[in-house]
Ligand binder design. Sequence first.
Ligand SMILES: *Cc1c(COP(=O)(O)O)cnc(C)c1O
Length: 441
Amino acid sequence: MDKCSILNKNLPLLDEIKALKEVFWLNNNYHRFDDVAESLPLSHEDVLDAEERLKRFAPFIKRIFPETKDGIIESSISSVENMKIRMEKDFNKKIYGRLILKRDDSLPIAGSIKARGGIYEVLKHAETLAMDNGKLSINDDYSVLAEDKFKDFFSQYTIQVGSTGNLGLSIGIMSAKIGFNVKVHMSKDAKQWKKDLLRSKGVEVVEYSSDYSKAVEEGRKLSMDNPTSYFIDDENSKDLFLGYSVAGSRVKKQLNDMNIVIDENHPLFVYLPCGVGGGPGGVAYGLKLVFKDNVHCFFAEPTHSPAMLLGLMTGLHDKISVGDIGLDNKTEADGLAVGRPSSFVGFMMDKLLSGEFTIDDNRLYKFLVNLVGEEDIYLEPSALAGFLGPILISNEKGEEYLKKQNLLDKKDNITHMCWATGGSLVPEDIMEEYYRKGRYF
Ligand SMILES: *Cc1c(COP(=O)(O)O)cnc(C)c1O
């Protein structure tokens, strides 16, 4: 079916999305993992390969970013029971099971989930260049890459990327440290402090007065004209996706260490803020590989930018943008200000995602203030989008999902995990502004 006939069909949910209402969508196309896995363009082997690559790079990362300690870029998981109690009061709803928070806001180097995919792809590119030029072999100690002769070598090459901010930070900081020339194409949503921070690290920032899709398109074009330039393509990159997917096995180990059991009687529900889709999609795929049908993944998007939701529910993926239904793609959640989703991620998630919901910007701020008050955790607005998830699971639609999955009598055993996608690099004065603003809601 073409775009017009789909959009003219009587889809009640679409009307609500157009009216900027918060919606909760359950994916009717959700399948068992084992029935889907083989038909996907990526496999468990690909994720294991990415894991191995990151291990090879650990001695190098440890040398250039000692704050990573062992050279592995990973975040902790916090229990946020006070926040849970607060939410139960505010929404007058019981949240079944426990509430935990994955702290990608405090990932080293980039302070956001982008430290997973972005850094992985830069490292993989550096490895490929060094190996192709006979300067590195797979059994070497990769810490040699920090030496000046490698910096000189990498300075012949350029890396470019289009970003709303955080991907630019992650790729910019890592690329500059390795020695690459790096050019970040920033959409109009990108915050000034992110541009300033990048420039202070020697990164070239190109500013656009248009949105994210345009910044990506321009960056891609400019990169193609330059044979020594490599473009990191947030809309299509499998490497980015794999960098995110490595989170799956690490979360499994962390939950295990916390004595949190995940099995068919103790399901894991994960709520992931979504922009173009690579971050949440990669993480969800990684989680599916290790927990299969015992993990239930939901994406969260701003009411003004429900790009992935539109792509999935209409099946049109990147053939539709939020502008096509009259939305403005204007949101304070700069990391999620994306109007057109990745079709690659849409295809990967089509049968694996349990559902999606949208959230009003004002509510992001309210969650921001409450999380500070209850847990002393400071996140950027985008990173709070997942918090509506545990409440929605207690609503009628959520119960419908639980029933379908035969989980109604197991709901007290749910572990709800909100994915905090960014925050630790936000300058103090900006964070204070967020906080003041949130006090009004
Ligand atoms: C980029 C980003 C996301 C979403 O990742 P996508 O790959 O764009 O879907 C979520 N939260 C924050 C803070 C981000 O920077």
